[in-house]
Design a protein. Structure first.
Lengths: 278, 361, 197
């Protein structure tokens, strides 16, 4: 039962309309960053206000919401954001990916494949893939307009020349529907393949930077690479110590001060489900 | 056997309880009242109103208490409260020429119509810690206040304008844009720049203003006029169709007179920098005026190069609520991305080791 | 404090928007849209519902001649506070009949290269989304090419649309609307006739 002193999902109807209009344009222009008048939220900028505004704008009372951070439902910020939505929207929540209709996430895509009935909302700190190559928005807007992504290719190539490989391991840039280069948020590059032709709608919210963008379902998302240095995801020499999974993203847990460590699934729901199957 | 640590929710609840304890402090000490903050820490209250972008002394005082004195945290609380308020519309532009003056000075002239009125100011105090303030004070005798002119004094810059010595104030035919209704795009109009600066961090603006005085975008400023006092806020509700006063606010206005523009052909005129803030935040009003002038460099045909002249840099980093959010967000878990970096580094170490081994063989 | 009536409005508005969102994310699929308001003259309840969900004092609406009734204008002003205007080049939204929709398709806002989002969304009323000339939709949001039928559209409409949207990302987005249903057609959707390459 949501608190009677908040509007449904906290935001005013006027704010929601503004975000909703931006989301529709984002979907019509896949990968393009739509500016929106981000509001102050009760959590700090940089802590998920963009994701929260997008989720708040799309939620219906019938939704079942999952909130994860680093792939886990129980990290402190995920707990905090989930309780915010329970308080202001009264929706049901779940930790089971398969049961969720809306999933808000920071820095991971769930391991379980998503369906057409699901929407994935990403929290984005810096939406502009070219930002660290060109700090000015006035310039990067022009580069996107002219489809001039040379600086990015040069950067990737310089990595290869200097280090033997591309040094970008997360927030790995990709081209959407053959047109816009975008920043998928700081998900590990391990997750990039999941962006491509996903049956679910993927929405991205950057509150502080005031941008939303979208990948419609079944849309082409190609991570940038070179013919002689094709895009590769991370691999581990270990399997998950809890469930034995050999194809999920693994967290390193330091177990003692002598360099002892073990690896477990970052996606806690995937780990649980795999363990239950055994 | 490793078991994933759960209990994030419990940890958060415990942290909040601990915070409440720390906020209260030693219970033998009397609890701080919101009215005390409002009255006796007025300059903190006014700073929070500016950066919180909301004129409400009581709420700002409460925010300061809740934030345990952290003024940026308090500004954040006020901004978040502001978001929930219903908007009725826009007031009539405030008429600062009708200000009920508490303080009014000009550095440009020795004396001015209406007089130089010092008002309450730290300016000429000797900065010696006054230990007498550590004890509750005796009731003060009322301060002597000079007889103020019945008419609000004319603006110093208007006097210069009458003589054609200073540029006209910017006139626009369109309504000003609202910084909170649309995201800021560059180049930004002066209306949006000024809105951004009012709610900007005082320390950031102070540093930028200081930099212009030290040569990073010098503008030869003179304080034409600084006035502090109260003005009425007028609003025309649609149902009434006429203007009513909805209250009084205290503001500080600063008109800077800056480097003149002109030549042997075009009669030179001084240029303006403008600052307007809530309450008696003079440092902020003056800094704002200096930065406003610096950001007008292109409009005035000056070369842009100093940080204070860099519109995108200044306006993108002035908001301390945004800034602290992002800086402090580094405390959030980042272990997945860090793991990705670790994996890459380890791989590169292994490759180098393998190369060295192969070279040795 | 918000009362139950406002809360219900917010929830109903959310449901309506969710359907519009899905329609744009999955072009070519027909979605039933429950109405939030009654029909007014030639304007379907569904069309007005879309405008209620999306319009406010920051947006502008163009009404084609058939829809410029006093009642519709009053209704839209009251419920959305949107500006009603006659200049197509400024309109954020427009209500059109499918039969007239291709007229001056290049007159609408299509955005600019740095801000292609500053473009119009056309609400095109049609009598049916099950009968009518067949076309194929493909592109983002569509798993494999989908057959779409929209009644009352002139065959030349699709050519005009292709011309207006020829320089992606500039373009105009559309929602086709019947008295019960909506169907999304963003500029990213490629429309071809069966048999086209």
């Amino acid at each position: 039962m949501s608190s009677a002193s908040y509007n449904f999902a906290y935001l005013s109807e006027q704010t929601k309309r503004m975000i909703r209009r931006a989301l529709l344009k984002a979907i019509a222009i896949p990968g393009y960053q739509v500016p929106f008048a981000s509001r102050e939220m009760p959590m700090p900028y940089g802590w998920g206000t963009g994701g929260v505004q997008v989720t708040a704008a799309i939620l219906v009372p019938e939704d079942v919401l999952k909130v994860i951070d680093q792939g886990a439902d129980d990290t402190t910020n995920a707990v905090s954001l989930r309780s915010f939505f329970v308080k202001t929207a009264g929706i049901a929540t779940t930790e089971a990916t398969a049961e969720a209709t809306v999933i808000q996430t920071r820095h991971r895509i769930p391991e379980a494949p998503l369906t057409e009935n699901q929407i994935l909302v990403f929290q984005v700190p810096i939406p502009e893939p070219l930002r660290f190559l060109e700090p000015r928005e006035t310039e990067t807007r022009k580069m996107h307009a002219l489809e001039e992504y040379g600086v990015m290719h040069v950067k990737l190539y310089e990595d290869i020349a200097k280090l033997g490989q591309v040094a970008t391991t997360y927030a790995y840039p990709a081209k959407v529907a053959g047109r816009y280069v975008f920043d998928p948020s700081p998900i590990p590059k391990f997750d990039n393949p999941k962006l491509d032709h996903n049956p679910a709608l993927q929405l991205f919210g950057a509150g502080r930077e005031k941008r939303v963008y979208a990948i419609p379902p079944y849309t082409s998302v190609q991570s940038l690479d070179f013919e002689d240095h094709p895009f590769e995801i991370q691999k581990w020499d270990h399997t998950c110590a809890l469930c034995g999974s050999d194809d999920s993203f693994l967290d390193e847990i330091i177990t003692d001060d002598k360099g002892g460590h073990m690896f477990v699934c970052s996606d806690t729901d995937h780990c649980r489900a795999t363990q239950e199957q055994k | 056997m490793y078991v994933a640590v759960k209990g994030g929710e419990k940890a958060i609840a415990a942290a909040h309880r601990l915070l409440a304890e720390k906020r209260r402090g030693d219970v033998a000490v009397p609890e701080l009242g919101v009215e005390q903050i409002e009255q006796q820490l007025a300059l903190s209250v006014e700073r929070v109103m500016n950066e919180g972008s909301l004129y409400d002394r009581g709420w700002a005082a409460l925010a300061i208490k809740q934030a345990r004195g952290d003024l940026i945290e308090a500004a954040f609380l006020l901004r978040a409260a502001r978001t929930t308020l219903t908007r009725f519309g826009y007031s009539t532009p405030i008429a600062t020429e009708k200000m009920e003056i508490t303080r009014r000075i000009s550095a440009a002239f020795k004396d001015i119509p209406g007089g130089q009125i010092l008002g309450p100011t730290f300016d000429y105090t000797h900065r010696l810690l006054d230990f007498a303030l550590a004890e509750p004070g005796e009731p003060l005798a009322p301060a002597m206040v000079s007889e103020l002119a019945l008419e609000p004094p004319v603006r110093v810059l208007d006097l210069l304008r009458q003589q054609g010595l200073i540029e006209a104030a910017t006139q626009t035919s369109t309504s000003p844009e609202d910084l909170t209704e649309a995201p800021l795009n560059f180049p930004a109009g002066r209306d949006l720049r000024l809105q951004n600066l009012v709610r900007g961090d005082e320390g950031f603006l102070l540093a930028l203003a200081y930099s212009t005085q030290r040569g990073y975008g010098r503008s030869h400023p003179f304080a034409g006029e600084i006035r502090f006092g109260s003005i009425e806020v007028m609003f025309t509700p649609e149902e009434l169709g006429f203007e009513i006063s909805i209250g009084e606010i205290a503001v500080t206005e600063c008109d800077m007179i800056n480097q003149f523009k002109g030549s042997t052909e075009v009669a030179p005129q001084f240029t303006r920098g403008y600052g307007l803030v809530l309450g008696q935040c003079e440092r902020k009003a003056m800094s704002m005026a200096l930065v406003d002038r610096a950001l007008r460099c292109e409009e005035l045909g000056e070369e842009r190069g100093a940080p204070a002249q860099d519109e995108e840099f200044v306006l993108s980093h002035s908001d301390n609520v945004q800034a602290t959010g992002f800086v402090e967000h580094l405390k959030l878990p980042h272990y997945v991305d860090f793991q990705s970096e670790l994996a890459m580094l380890r791989q590169m170490h292994a490759e180098i080791a393998a190369k060295k081994k192969a070279a040795a063989e | 404090m918000f009362d139950q009536a406002s809360m219900n409005n917010a929830q109903q508005g959310a449901r309506a928007f969710r359907l519009i969102l899905n329609a744009m994310a999955r072009p070519g699929k027909v979605f039933t849209l429950p109405s939030l308001i009654e029909r007014s003259g030639p304007a379907y309840a569904t069309t007005l519902t879309v405008l209620l969900a999306l319009g406010d004092h920051l947006t502008s609406i163009y009404l084609a001649k058939a829809f410029s009734t006093a009642e519709i204008e009053k209704l839209l002003r009251f419920h959305t506070a949107s500006q009603l205007l006659e200049d197509r080049a400024q309109a954020d939204f427009a209500i059109l009949n499918a039969a007239d929709a291709e007229m001056a398709l290049d007159a609408w806002k299509r955005g600019n290269p740095e801000y292609p989002d500053q473009s119009a969304t056309l609400l095109i009323q049609t009598t049916s989304l099950t009968l009518g000339q067949e076309v194929q939709f493909s592109g983002p949001g569509i798993q494999s090419p989908i057959t779409v039928r929209i009644a009352d559209i002139n065959p030349s409409f699709w050519k005009a649309r292709a011309a207006a949207n020829a320089t992606f990302p500039l373009g105009v987005d559309m929602i086709f609307i019947t008295p019960q249903e909506i169907l999304g057609c963003p500029r990213s959707t490629h429309v071809s006739f069966a048999g086209d390459i």
